[in-house]
Design a protein around this ligand. Structure first.
Ligand SMILES: [Zn+2]
Length: 63
């Protein structure tokens, strides 16, 4: 079954968010849209979190 990506509240501990995101705490940053936590830095960086991208239903390149 499909799992909807969930927004990670910015009050969450960075280390815990990193575990959810599958990255290191250094890579955790704020989503450009909802200000939730996302993998904002590093090789697989995303400006917008998975929850926002899923809500939009688009795979637009960041720019
Ligand atoms: Zn977001």
């Amino acid at each position: 079954m499909d799992e909807m990506p969930q927004r990670i509240d910015p009050s969450m501990d960075r280390a815990a968010a990193a575990l959810l995101l599958g990255c290191t705490p250094d890579q955790v940053g704020y989503c450009a849209r909802c200000r939730g936590l996302t993998r904002r830095y590093g090789p697989d960086a995303q400006l917008v979190c998975r929850a926002c991208r899923a809500a939009e239903g688009a795979e637009e390149p960041s720019g």
